[in-house]
Design a protein around this ligand. Structure first.
Ligand SMILES: C[S@@+](CC[C@H](N)C(=O)[O-])C[C@H]1O[C@@H](n2cnc3c(N)ncnc32)[C@H](O)[C@@H]1O
Length: 265
């Protein structure tokens, strides 16, 4: 699919800068995971985990530091996987494995099963087909395992983000239902400079996300919504590790969500 290839080229442009930035952060901090994720994951010691859309493995290393057993990261970008393997060496994570793959094609080529399938912070919008994605998630889970996602809220992505950042104005710009691919020309800016590259992003409604998981055979344990974001969208207040908020929109606007689901018996 042309859009996926374009996204791969775009993400490849950020890998090297992400590596130097995240390596430094990992040297200074035990975890780069935001407070909500750490709290919701709870005790995951000795569990096996696969991290989908792992970027250069910065959060995979933070997850491994929670005492996991086997840890595998998967990402579309070959440059991300190259730098993830460098991070693995830098931090002596011998047991960790990184695999280059489109997550939507991953189910066909990987037969191992995991206690936890994890994905977070800027992920589902890069995937055009959530039904296919949810089947991959189910196929990777042991029968007593669980799936966890933490991502930006689709409601946030229907507004013109520049106007929110610059003027705190909420002006409808994008579709919530049946959104087609949004073609963007800039990528990055959160851990690397902004790069100019064609990229494609799909806003999925919350019901499409939940229903894809249910259709694939999962049972939702919870869906949580948060009035905080995991990046500073401009002028936000730092309210926890990797969590930001517009104080004036506290309790007013969902900015992120998490879902925990298990295999339906
Ligand atoms: C915003 S990052 C999310 C990871 C991490 N939370 C971060 O902040 O860097 C999105 C990741 O999704 C990956 N990605 C995009 N499309 C993908 C696909 N079809 N299959 C696998 N990974 C994909 C990108 O290469 C990128 O590393």
């Amino acid at each position: 699919m042309n859009e996926i290839n374009k996204n791969k080229e775009a993400w490849n442009l950020l890998s090297k800068e992400h590596y130097f930035n995240f390596k430094k952060q990992l040297e200074e901090n035990k975890t780069l995971l935001n407070d909500n994720i750490v709290k919701e994951l709870g005790n995951i010691r000795f569990k096996s985990l696969i991290h989908l859309q792992c970027n250069i493995g910065q959060d995979t290393i933070s997850l491994a530091r929670m005492g996991l057993g086997k840890v595998v990261g998967v990402d579309l970008s070959d440059e991300n996987i190259f730098y993830a393997n460098k991070l693995k060496e830098d931090f002596n994570m011998e047991k960790m494995e990184f695999i280059e793959s489109d997550v939507l094609e991953f189910g066909d080529k990987h037969n191992d099963l995991y206690d936890i399938v994890f994905t977070s912070e800027g992920v589902l919008g890069w995937l055009p087909d959530l039904k296919k994605w949810a089947k991959v998630v189910r196929g990777l889970l042991k029968d007593d395992g669980f799936f966890y996602v933490y991502d930006s809220h689709p409601i946030l992505h229907i507004f013109d983000d520049r106007l929110i950042a610059e003027k705190r104005e909420f002006v409808l710009k994008y579709d919530y239902f049946n959104a087609k691919a949004d073609l963007g020309y800039e990528i990055g800016g959160y851990a690397a400079g902004v790069k100019h590259a064609e990229n494609y992003w799909w806003n999925h409604s919350l019901s499409d996300i939940v229903n894809a998981l249910i259709e694939a055979g999962l049972e939702i344990e919870y869906l949580h919504e948060f009035d905080t974001l995991f990046w500073d969208n401009g002028g936000m207040t730092h309210v926890g590790r990797s969590l930001y908020q517009y104080p004036e929109f506290r309790n007013k606007l969902p900015m992120s969500y998490s879902i925990k689901a298990k295999v339906r018996k």
